[in-house]
Write a protein that binds this ligand. Structure first.
Ligand code: IPM
Ligand code: MG
Length: 379
């Protein structure tokens, strides 16, 4: 019996390209695993009205971890139009299967390292080594939203005792049928868990600082809670500097002085935003890996999306997915495999001989497969 059982979910678009490429490397490195293919994504929304079928959830429950390629997400109306005719107007509504997966399996932590590999011509600077801890199940992406705003909710929001009658007035005047609400629900537990993990990581990896990316001056309650919890947690880590930045300001500081930052921590949406910025500093989404981690299960996916126009063309950069496999090795405790894979990735990047179009320029790039083969050859 293989040592591990891994759910294999290419998902949509270039998810297939980068997962196929990664398989070359996993086989070559001798990862002792059985892979179980699982359906997820746009195709299953269109055909079955469910981008995350129950059979996939069962597979995940019976595996050690999952590797995931990419997902296509479209706004509600477009999603409805692409549904199979027999499923249209049956009350189905599209949801992002990766967001749902994170919720269902309580994958509360999204770990996104962004390190400049030496010799990558796309590095913004060569001395960038950032790690983002993004809370992954709460906040703006917690899924509590309405359109149109139901009267019951609006009334509660305007209630004299517990609501904001004065502030709600303007939206009543506009008509609730014209009002959409997305909420930002955060718990002390959620804030504490993500902050603690960021500090724990900083301590065990000899990192200098942890920076909280928030906006407590405006988002007084949620941002305020997160900030207080962050300060409390920081007290337990005297060897790690605790910095605080507003999310808008950090966007500017990270462009000016990214080398000064180290570990970053944020709630869901701010973490989503800041992690794309960090990816941009180290070569773009073609190099950005991510791990969705819960207490007993984890789903590993590159930060990039499905890039439908490159689907099946074997041209996109597989490095993000390969770095993602490295994160899986880390999580499984296979540190030797992780180090070998990272070493091979680093060698291929610094040699610069084989690279995709995003690195070499349009029309000059090597294929996704060629890059993976080159990495495999350096293991
Ligand atoms: C990410 C992506 C997803 C997110 C989308 C595809 C739902 O942007 O993983 O960063 O916002 O979490
Ligand atoms: Mg994102």
């Amino acid at each position: 019996m293989p040592k591990y059982t891994i759910a294999w979910m290419p998902g949509d678009g270039v998810g297939n390209d980068v997962m196929n490429a990664t398989k070359i490397v996993l086989d070559k490195i001798g990862f002792d695993a059985e892979y179980v293919p699982a359906d997820i994504g746009w195709e299953f929304w269109c055909k079955e009205g469910n981008p995350l079928p129950d059979r996939t959830i069962d597979i995940l429950k019976n595996t050690d971890a999952a590797l995931f390629g990419a997902i296509t997400s479209k706004p509600r109306d477009e999603a409805n139009e692409e549904l199979a005719p027999k499923l249209q107007n049956t009350g189905l509504s599209y949801f992002s299967p990766i967001v749902r997966l994170r919720q269902l399996f309580d994958l509360h932590t999204n770990l996104r390292p962004c390190k400049a590999f030496p010799g990558n011509p796309l590095n913004y600077r060569d001395d960038i080594d950032l790690v983002v801890f993004r809370e992954n199940t709460e906040g703006m992406y917690g899924g509590i939203e309405w359109f149109p705003l139901p009267e019951k909710i609006a009334n509660a929001m305007a209630d004299k005792e517990v609501g904001h009658p004065g502030r709600m007035k303007k939206w009543f005047e506009k008509g609730l049928e014209n009002v959409a609400v997305s909420t930002r629900v955060m718990s002390r537990q959620g804030c504490e868990s993500i902050c603690r993990q960021a500090f724990e990581y900083a301590k065990t990896h000899n990192r200098k600082s942890v920076t909280l990316c928030e906006k407590p001056n405006v988002l007084r309650e949620t941002g305020g809670l997160m900030t207080r919890v962050f300060r409390d947690v920081a007290k337990g880590y005297p060897g790690v500097e605790a910095w605080e930045a507003n999310i808008d300001a950090i966007m500017m500081w990270m462009v000016k002085n990214p080398q000064d930052y180290d570990v970053l921590v944020a709630e869901n949406m701010f973490g989503d935003i800041v992690s794309d910025l960090c990816a941009g500093l180290v070569g773009g989404l073609g190099f950005a890996s991510a791990a969705n981690i819960g207490d007993n299960y984890a789903v590993f996916e590159p930060t990039h999306g499905s890039a439908p126009k490159y689907d099946g063309k074997d041209v996109v950069n597989p490095m993000a997915m390969l770095c993602t496999a490295k994160l899986m090795f880390d999580w499984l405790g296979e540190s030797d495999l992780a180090a070998r894979l990272e070493g091979a990735i680093g060698t291929v990047i610094s040699e610069g001989k084989i690279a995709t179009y995003d690195v070499k320029g349009r029309g000059k790039g090597d294929s996704t497969t060629a890059v993976a083969q080159e990495v495999a050859s350096k293991l």
